[in-house]
Design a protein around this ligand. Structure first.
Ligand SMILES: CC(C)(COP(=O)(O)OP(=O)(O)OC[C@H]1O[C@@H](n2cnc3c(N)ncnc32)[C@H](O)[C@@H]1OP(=O)(O)O)[C@@H](O)C(=O)NCCC(=O)NCCS
Length: 183
């Protein structure tokens, strides 16, 4: 398995294909229409200006991806990120998610982010188990905060402290780098 930075020109179609069934058939994503390749490419280009977007490549095929984005837009939140990962159902439980997060969280630490947050539409045993296996702790649940597929859904939040809290203002988060990644 190779973990590398996503290339918007090369990887958008495969990432869109991985994401689509989770949009169309589940409430794991709270989007209603699966974004197409073009939209995914647009999102990737926006994300990678400031945060990492990684793909897992198995036998030459993109077999999962993970990325980070700003948790909230207000200035005080700029050391906090949201993270997520998507792996095709038929490749679950083979360590792909863990490998993606291992690299993603390492890069976020290098950039100087302090907190990673994950919002999980409940129930989602796999995502909860996964985030807790990666060291995230539960912090609370927004009750009936989203409507999809004819019902209201709770969204639970998990967080991981990436760095010790500082006494004074922390250094500004740095740019995304391109260290060579392998797994
Ligand atoms: C969550 C997800 C990314 C995990 O990816 P994965 O490649 O299957 O996870 P890994 O094989 O690396 O699992 C790492 C650990 O997470 C935990 N875990 C993974 N799947 C789990 C499950 N179904 N139930 C309980 N724990 C689970 C386990 O501790 C596992 O370690 P182990 O297999 O040694 O016991 C994957 O299930 C997925 O894509 N789900 C659909 C999309 C989704 O929910 N994304 C998160 C949105 S918030």
């Amino acid at each position: 398995m190779l973990i590398r930075h996503a290339d918007p020109a090369l990887d958008a179609a495969e990432c869109a294909a991985i994401y689509a069934p989770y949009v169309s058939g589940t409430v794991i994503s709270l989007e209603e229409q699966p974004p197409d390749e073009h939209e995914l490419q647009h999102r990737m280009l926006r994300v990678i200006r400031t945060h990492p977007w990684l793909v897992a490549v198995v036998d030459g095929t993109v077999t999962g991806y993970a990325y980070a984005s700003a948790h909230r837009e207000r200035a005080g939140y700029r050391w906090a990120v949201d993270v997520t990962a998507y792996v095709p159902q038929e490749h679950h439980r083979r360590g792909i998610g863990r490998a993606l997060y291992g690299e993603l969280l390492g890069l976020l630490r290098l950039q100087g982010f302090h907190v990673a947050c994950a919002g999980v539409t409940l129930p989602n045993e796999a995502s909860v188990g996964f985030h807790e296996a990666c060291g995230f702790i539960p912090v609370g649940t927004y009750k009936r905060v989203a409507w999809k597929m004819g019902a209201w859904w709770d969204v639970g939040w998990w967080q991981l402290e990436l760095a010790e809290p500082t006494e004074g203002k922390p250094p500004e988060p740095g740019p995304t780098g391109s260290p060579s990644l392998k797994c």
